[in-house]
Unconditional design. Structure first.
Length: 183
């Protein structure tokens, strides 16, 4: 009778060990799968933040170009002559990487004032003069500010501003296009 009790007890200890190892294996697999999911979500959040920083910097560069036009820093005589200023239909391909590179032969202008420690590269912009945008009759119909229905007023000059920026990692880029009119 003593031998039967000993052999029954030995069999039970092995089954408990095997069951606990199986449970531990299942819990380990769940933990690894959860860690991979969290890692993927972290990468997605980082990419979204990088894109938002790049978009903000590109908008900043576009605004700086608008201010240069508004403050008469750039005149019509500069177009086709100075870097980053192009006549109608002469602007480079905005999707080409060479358009936004710095250094000798640059086709765009670096925007200043944005905290560059947030970016891989400084934001850049180019301005294209597209000519007069509307006729004086359309100005009267649209009641555009500063024209007050004056039929003798010259139509505003139109400009296409394209701004580019990279994100913090340099793997994200954003391009913003703005049309700007100035009398």
């Amino acid at each position: 009778m003593f031998n039967a009790q000993v052999s029954l007890r030995n069999r039970q200890c092995g089954a408990a060990l095997l069951t606990s190892l199986l449970i531990l294996l299942v819990l380990s697999l769940l933990a690894v799968a959860s860690m991979q999911n969290v890692s993927l979500q972290e990468k997605m959040v980082s990419a979204v933040k990088d894109g938002q920083v790049a978009l903000e910097a590109a908008e900043y560069a576009a605004r700086q170009a608008e201010l240069e036009l508004e403050n008469n820093t750039v005149t019509l005589g500069n177009f086709g002559v100075k870097t980053g200023l192009y006549l109608k239909s002469e602007a480079p391909n905005v999707f080409a990487a060479t358009t936004w590179s710095a250094g000798e032969g640059a086709k765009s202008v670096a925007a200043s004032g944005f905290p560059t420690d947030e970016l891989a590269e400084a934001p850049r912009y180019l301005i294209e003069h597209v000519g007069q945008v509307i006729t004086s009759e359309q100005i009267d119909d649209l009641a555009i500010g500063n024209y007050g229905g004056a039929s003798a007023a010259a139509p505003p000059e139109g400009f296409r501003i394209v701004a580019w920026s990279s994100g913090r990692t340099g793997q994200t880029t954003r391009i913003v296009e703005v049309f700007y009119g100035k009398d």
